[in-house]
Design a protein around this ligand. Structure first.
Ligand code: GLC
Length: 427
């Protein structure tokens, strides 16, 4: 009987791993469909890609001075004081980071019982903890959600992503909300100059020292990519694609299940298949299904009965030490490996779509700047990205992937510096 159970379990696992496999032909189709979606989005035709203008080009490298950066992406808020020295050199002079949800449950600023005013007061308080009273600061604000911008310093939040629900922010100009909070906190010495997406910050930081950097991407709690779009005027502009919303993808029943019970079903399909917010939950759903034949440790299900209780971090670090039986350990490990590989393959397929869009048939050098815990911390993630890119792109050897560590925050300071430089040039 025991042997029979083992066989069923292996069949189940193999079947799931098979379902999560992305075949070479599928990579090809995804990159072509992604390129098509980029073109439709740019032409303002129906598309899952929002293609949001940032009103910023890559930096010249000469930006310098001391700037404040506020980086809010959902999990933590970071405030840094950065000194930009030009040519890619910067120094972080001060730094604080606070979680948006306290681990002891004492506060939670991303839930629907919290108002915009409360959230932005919290952000302003963190700024207040870093600034000196007798100094004035230009601020760059990284706000990592889909925003419609009509200048570099205003951004309407289209809708929350990453399961965030704070009330009264959607549809509002995020920089006005911040400015009002700065006034309430009497932080009159802080002057917001630019608001950017985290992908844009990641790209700006890499491009501060690297001429070839033209794609910025986050592979972390969320997933999204931006790139430099040449304009008819001869200039170029960074476009935030909100690529986490791309949806022409081969989904399994688990992807559908996760999507159905998410805050916003039908949205952020690529993100729900690739990002850290969701991989642990997908793994949990798969294992719950696996539980039907009654093969895994019952305690595992008691432990992880709540949605999102198995975080991606926990899934990756899961080991025999958790005290569950060996079958359970092997199942988590096998499913996690398949989910992580699929995530990197899908992301790489979208990079190929972008490269096709930028290059046409030409061959160019590109640096893809990436930040986020999956890329930085998960062994093998970068290798799968590189493997897919090398196998499928004409630019052999001309594509470099770099970690733009904490680039989103430094990028906001670079954006603020380029705005203040442009203002100085006008006056
Ligand atoms: C989500 C947001 C996007 C952000 C990404 C990474 O996809 O919608 O704006 O860039 O997460 O943080």
């Amino acid at each position: 009987m025991g042997g029979r159970k083992g066989v069923v379990k292996m069949d189940f696992l193999e079947q799931v791993q098979q379902e999560l496999l992305i075949l070479p032909q599928q990579i090809n189709n995804i990159s072509n469909d992604f390129q098509q979606a980029m073109q439709s989005g740019l032409a303002k035709q129906p598309s899952s890609l929002k293609m949001l203008p940032s009103f910023l080009d890559t930096p010249s490298g000469t930006e310098h001075g001391i700037f404040l950066a506020l980086d809010f992406g959902g999990t933590n808020i970071r405030v840094i004081v950065v000194e930009l020295l030009g040519q890619g050199i910067f120094r972080i002079k001060k730094h604080i980071s606070k979680p948006m949800v306290a681990s002891d449950g004492s506060y939670n600023y991303i839930t629907d019982t919290v108002t915009a005013e409360q959230l932005f007061d919290f952000l302003a308080e963190q700024i207040g903890a870093v600034v000196e009273e007798n100094e004035s600061y230009g601020l760059g604000h990284t706000f990592s959600f889909p925003c419609c911008q009509n200048s570099v310093n205003s951004a309407l939040l289209l809708h929350w992503t990453k399961e965030i629900n704070t009330q009264g922010v959607e549809g509002q100009d995020v920089n006005v909300l911040l400015q009002q909070a700065l006034v309430r906190k009497r932080l009159h010495n802080v002057n917001p100059l630019a608001i950017i997406n985290d992908t844009v910050g990641t790209l700006l930081t890499a491009a501060y020292s690297d001429l070839y950097a033209d794609i910025g991407s986050i592979c972390g709690t969320g997933h999204n990519t931006c790139y430099v779009q040449p304009l008819a005027s001869g200039n170029s502009m960074i476009i935030n694609m909100e690529s986490g919303n791309f949806n022409k993808l081969p989904r399994t029943k688990y992807d559908l299940q996760l999507d159905c019970s998410s805050d916003k079903p039908g949205e952020q399909i690529l993100e729900k298949m690739t990002a850290g917010k969701y991989l642990g939950e997908l793994c949990r759903l798969i294992l719950l299904d696996c539980a039907r034949p009654g093969l895994l440790d019952r305690d595992f299900f008691a432990c992880y009965s709540r949605p999102y209780s198995l975080t991606t971090e926990r899934m990756v670090k899961f080991s025999g030490k958790e005290g569950f039986n060996i079958n359970t350990y092997r199942a988590v490990e096998g499913v996690a490996a398949a989910l992580i590989k699929r995530s990197a393959q899908l992301v790489a397929a979208t990079y190929l779509g972008i490269l096709q869009h930028i290059d046409g048939t030409g061959i160019k050098h590109h640096t893809i700047a990436i930040d986020g815990s999956l890329y930085e911390k998960i062994p093998g993630y970068k290798q799968v990205l590189e493997e897919v890119l090398i196998k499928n792109d004409n630019n052999k050897g001309r594509i470099k992937l770099v970690l733009s560590k904490d680039g989103s925050g430094v990028g906001a300071a670079i954006a603020a510096a380029s705005v203040s430089q442009a203002e100085r040039n006008i006056s």
